[in-house]
Design a protein around this ligand. Structure first.
Ligand code: HEC
Length: 449
């Protein structure tokens, strides 16, 4: 959507941040449709089950990440009150992006009509007469799997409840190949909370394998990216080069037609797994990434990180303790950084096209947004806004429609944090759970021909 610049907020509420790029107001929250009067007479089999099948059973299935199965009518009935609460508050299904910003492929959220149907089913007694339990449809996603990779051995998480582990995956291809689709099959679905796959360039492989070798069990501890947490505030690998992001319930997906991410011979991949264990004795896990690969693509794709380089180089992303809303924002013409990260490929045109976006902070983040600031005519094109940042539900969001970016357009990222908890200390950029980050990523290619 096109949003008028809303700079007023900086003057009206206490927001601590960078003066050069003022904070914006968040987009409006979705309407509270559950407070409206009942509208539908609901039949479970006819009206409710299709919604559960389409929007819930990817996670709420036997062995899935959801705490009960919504393919079982008795479970739906038994959890009716919780279902009403969580769909009305829009906590379920988890779908972080603001619908007021942009539209996405694989959108998991409920329409207002679906939401009202579920509410009216619960309010009329959550009847399940005539329903039978059925086997949920197989999860589908990638159109083709060419390569499956996993850590050499299972890893038993040792840090409870959260263990962030990076596994080095071998890349044996002897010629350039392009990743054109990405998926993850968690081994212990109840424990694996998100997976991010990174590409490690040949020059950085030694640092990564040294960290792996120094740790006697599979992988090494990492947090904000593929860099070992022991690397303190220095970035060993520079700004991470991402291939894909997976969160529970996401299915594998093909990249938009004709685009792919190049991996050169001598590279490695790093699979970062966030384990979230509910018990003191997590089960050993050996999760798998699936890749669709092609030898050539029409347009090479780059997942380009966007951030203020001074946050990393000069520690300017200061987040003082005791503040409820601290923000940092950065806006800049894309061409210099896109040239560097795309090894000159996007420099040929200066303009480019964005197909998807990611936002990344650590655990104190509250909300963030990424936009294109168009020069002609001057307007904001919202790419992705995450109104309630949740570190546990990170994802890559593919747009319904790719967005052209002109050479004169800027990218802009804005992140907000709450650092007011008792005992909080000042935060800054870094790799560990006790540090913060603010990164936008765009999946970019040269413009469509
Ligand atoms: C992408 C995966 C996913 C999808 C899709 C999903 N859920 Fe969930 N659900 C979870 C997880 C994981 C939890 C456990 C709580 C958490 O981690 O947030 C949960 C918890 C819940 C709870 C709370 C249970 C409790 O004990 O309090 C309810 C109710 C619920 N889901 C209902 C639904 C309904 C209804 C749908 C579909 C309209 C849905 N969920 C879709 C993953 C999902």
């Amino acid at each position: 959507m096109n949003r008028p610049s809303a700079f007023l907020i900086a003057a009206t509420v206490t927001v601590v941040g960078c003066a050069s790029e003022p904070a914006r107001a968040p987009l409006p929250a979705p309407p509270d449709v559950c407070s409206s009067a009942p509208v539908t007479t609901v039949d479970f089999v006819r009206d409710v089950q299709p919604i559960l099948d389409a929007k819930c059973v990817t996670c709420h299935r036997p062995g899935g990440v959801g705490p009960f199965s919504l393919s079982a009518p008795a479970d739906a009935h038994a959890n009716a009150a919780a279902i009403r609460g969580d769909v009305c508050s829009r906590k379920m299904p988890p779908w972080p992006p603001s619908a007021a910003c942009n539209t996405y492929q694989h959108d998991r959220s409920l329409t207002d009509a679906q939401l009202v149907t579920l509410r009216d089913w619960v309010d009329s007694g959550a009847d399940i007469t005539g329903a039978v339990e059925h086997t949920p449809a197989a999860l589908t996603g990638l159109s083709r799997v060419d390569l499956e990779l996993s850590a050499p051995d299972a890893y038993q998480p040792t840090l409870v409840p959260d263990d962030y582990r990076c596994f080095v995956l071998d890349w044996t291809a002897t010629q350039d190949r392009f990743v054109t689709g990405f998926g993850v099959t968690p081994d212990q679905a109840a424990e694996v909370h998100h997976v991010i796959l990174y590409r490690i360039a040949p020059a950085d492989v030694a640092a990564i394998t040294a960290a792996d070798d120094a740790d006697p069990v599979p992988g090494y501890t990492c947090f904000g990216g593929p860099n070992p947490s022991t690397s303190k505030k220095q970035t060993t690998v520079g700004v991470p080069s991402m291939i894909g992001v997976w969160a529970p319930g996401a299915q594998g997906f093909d990249f938009p037609s004709g685009i792919g991410i190049r991996v050169v011979p001598g590279s490695k991949l790093v699979m970062q797994v966030h384990y979230h264990s509910h018990t003191g004795t997590p089960t050993p896990d050996r999760s798998t990434v699936q890749l669709k690969l092609d030898d050539s693509v029409a347009r090479e794709a780059f997942i380009i990180p966007f951030l203020d380089p001074n946050w990393v180089k000069s520690a300017t992303m200061n987040i003082p303790a005791g503040q409820k809303d601290v923000f940092h924002a950065f806006r800049h013409v894309g061409s210099d950084f896109t040239n560097r990260i795309s090894a000159g490929v996007l420099a040929k045109t200066s303009a480019y096209e964005v197909h998807g976006a990611v936002l990344h902070m650590h655990t104190r983040g509250t909300w963030a947004s990424l936009s294109v600031e168009r020069a002609q005519p001057a307007q904001t094109q919202c790419l992705l806004e995450l109104p309630k940042w949740d570190f546990h539900w990170q994802g890559m969001y593919l747009f319904d429609k790719p967005q052209p970016v002109a050479a004169t357009d800027d990218l802009r990222v804005e992140c907000h944090w709450d650092n007011s908890a008792a005992g909080a200390t000042a935060l800054n950029w870094g790799e560990s759970t006790a540090d913060e980050m603010c990164l936008g990523f765009v999946l970019a290619t040269a413009p469509s021909p």
